[in-house]
Design a protein around this ligand. Structure first.
Ligand code: SF4
Length: 610
């Protein structure tokens, strides 16, 4: 149905010409789900935009062809291309909030596609739009067809996006991370829906994702991309049973799950090479434990390993002397230090955080949003409590309230004792002391570090404010030691945050939290913005620091892989209340509450064929 041949896309950037997609060749059959996987920046989304000819102004397709059912759509004039987009090939974007038109009703957005690409008009088009809303599972479609996007939830908006993409019944649909912005239960519904619609419409689907578990459940074939190139293509079952490329093997080893508890996750050293260079050897060579001399001087081609499996690696080349990859798995050799539980650090009892709803001229309080409504839990030194639940359940509000960041904004009641001392009534120097003991690491390492401050200023700020007695020289020594602890060098001290990668910034954020020697760190989705390989480094670091320093973590997350790997205890939250708490073992294997069971059932699992 879709045949992509040597597609090459370049982008102009400040650092020169970037070859984002390099000679990509793929075929997607009718009715097939083909997954394109890889970490951020590997060229997945640029491939999608190149196929649809929707590249940003700085980008150009330099070479290659994209045959859609026999026509090279790279060659058709733009005016005709508009007939192809939507009718023959369409796309579901990652972020429905930015992809839908906020000033048009959802019904109008669907009928626009129907009227543009089919002969159906007016009332009949509207009836079709209602039908599509029904098919994608929007309740009361006759009424909701007149809603604007802001009147819908995130999951409903994504359903509308799917309805728009499928309304003209295209032959091929590209789904670019279609569920990344959604909660697990909504994600499971959307994936089921896509599967069902794809099968009933006999569409070909190019599924772009970084989530290997989703791929294992949805795709028939898989292509793995690295640094702009496809490095492995295989039938999905074959890929999951026998990944060949060292990068693929490393990715699987870096995925956190229960079986790796107590062990260090394998992480991939170094980072993805810049794409503004001419490569003389294998692009993965600097990070590959199996690299040979020829890997640095010759470029490997995509070669056939079996009829269902091709790979770009000299290890599988018949002319190569070495045939057995070593895939040195650090994870198998090292085990992360498990810390022992100590005294209770945090004890929360019947904690409530209510936000007032104000109305009228005098802004009278007419009610409350009960963001957190009577939660109780405790964390001991050296332990990790994972607070799990879907977005809007109140997880982050608990963290912020404990850090005393919601004082004056919300009505807080109940008790939160930090090492026996009530947190909520502290003021002045006592509050400063408490703030030192509880630190936070935020989700977004790009937004949480002040871009105008150098690393030394960021790290020294907390020590200077909470420990004025420490001399500047001692401070400098202390932060240099901290940098080493989180795996960065002294050279980082004089640099600004923008000079670091996402993973390095998250290390800086952890170093900043550790600078004041806290007893408890509230980690709010600290790895959700990171790639799997970087996530593995950060999880290893957090575990190692806990082993060394006995710090307790309140780990707020929706990633169950991380929970299985890291948490000692789990608290499940919904609508501001804790539904179930217990040890990780008990909650993961014998959940009692129906919601916990539903949540666990919705988590996509990696299905590895034997
Ligand atoms: Fe590693 Fe060499 Fe294979 Fe590249 S070609 S992945 S460097 S073994």
């Amino acid at each position: 149905m879709l045949e992509i041949n040597a597609l090459t896309t370049e982008l102009n950037s400040d650092s020169g010409l970037i070859r984002a997609v390099d000679a990509l060749t793929l075929t997607i059959r009718q009715g097939e789900t083909f997954a394109l996987v890889g970490e951020s920046g590997c060229g997945k989304s640029m491939t999608a935009l190149s196929i649809l000819r929707l590249l940003p102004d700085s980008g150009r397709v330099m070479a290659g062809s994209v045959d859609l059912d026999g026509t090279d759509i790279m060659q058709v004039p733009e005016a005709r291309m508009r007939d192809y987009r939507g009718r023959r090939i369409s796309i579901i974007f990652q972020e429905p909030s930015t992809s839908l038109n906020p000033v048009m009703t959802v019904g109008r957005q669907i009928t626009e596609v129907i009227e543009r690409h089919t002969a159906v008009r007016g009332e009949a088009a509207l009836a079709k739009a209602v039908d599509w809303l029904k098919r994608v599972g929007i309740p009361e479609p006759e009424r909701r067809v007149n809603d604007y996007p802001f009147q819908m939830s995130g999951g409903q908006k994504q359903r509308v996006m799917i309805a728009i993409a499928l309304a003209a019944e295209p032959d091929v649909v590209i789904a670019d991370e279609p569920t990344t912005a959604l909660d697990v239960t909504i994600q499971a519904q959307i994936l089921d829906l896509l599967k069902e619609l794809q099968q009933s419409q006999k569409m070909a689907m190019l599924l772009i994702t970084h989530d290997l578990a989703i791929v294992s459940q949805m795709a028939q074939r898989v292509a793995l991309m690295y640094a702009g190139q496809v490095v492995e293509v295989a039938e999905a079952a074959e890929f999951f049973a026998r990944p060949l490329h060292p990068y693929a093997v490393n990715l699987f080893d870096a995925l956190p799950d229960e079986s790796k508890r107590g062990r260090e996750l394998a992480s991939i050293a170094g980072s993805v090479p810049a794409l503004n260079q001419t490569f003389v050897g294998c692009r993965f060579a600097d990070r590959c434990a199996d690299a040979m001399d020829r890997c640095r001087s010759q470029v490997p081609e995509l070669g056939e390993f079996s009829s269902a499996h091709t790979v770009r690696c000299f290890l599988y080349d018949s002319t190569s002397v070495v045939h057995k990859p070593t895939h040195s798995r650090q994870a198998d050799q090292q085990s992360a230090a498990e810390s022992l539980a100590g005294a209770t650090v945090l004890e929360v009892r019947d904690y409530k955080v209510w936000f007032p709803i104000r109305k009228g001229l005098f802004q009278r309080t007419v009610g409350h949003v009960k963001a957190v409504d009577g939660v109780s839990f405790s964390i001991a030194a050296g332990r990790t409590l994972a607070l799990v639940g879907e977005s809007g359940s109140g997880k982050t509000t608990v963290g912020k309230a404990l850090l005393q960041l919601l004082r004056g904004k919300a009505q807080i009641s109940g008790s939160a004792l930090l090492s026996g001392q009530p947190l909520d009534h502290l003021n002045g120097s006592d509050l400063r002391q408490a703030r030192q003991a509880v630190q936070i690491v935020f989700q977004d390492p790009f937004a949480s570090l002040n871009p105008r401050m150098r690393v030394n200023e960021i790290l020294e700020e907390g020590i200077a404010s909470l420990h004025p007695e420490v001399t500047p020289l001692e401070r400098r020594e202390r932060v240099a030691g901290l940098l080493e602890k989180v795996g960065l060098t002294r050279g980082a001290l004089a640099r600004y945050p923008h000079e670091f990668s996402g993973g390095q910034r998250q290390r800086l954020a952890i170093a900043r939290a550790l600078a004041v020697e806290p007893k408890l760190i509230v980690a709010d989705e600290p790895t959700s913005a990171l790639d799997v390989s970087v996530q593995a480094q950060i999880l290893n670091l957090l575990k190692q620091l806990q082993g060394e320093m006995g710090v307790a973590y309140l780990f707020i997350t929706h990633n169950f892989g991380v929970v299985e790997y890291l948490a000692h205890d789990i608290a499940v939250m919904k609508n501001g209340q804790l539904l179930e708490t217990g040890t990780a073992q008990a909650i993961l294997h014998k959940p009692q509450h129906a919601y916990t069971k539903a949540l666990l059932a919705a988590v996509p699992r990696l299905v590895k064929a034997a």
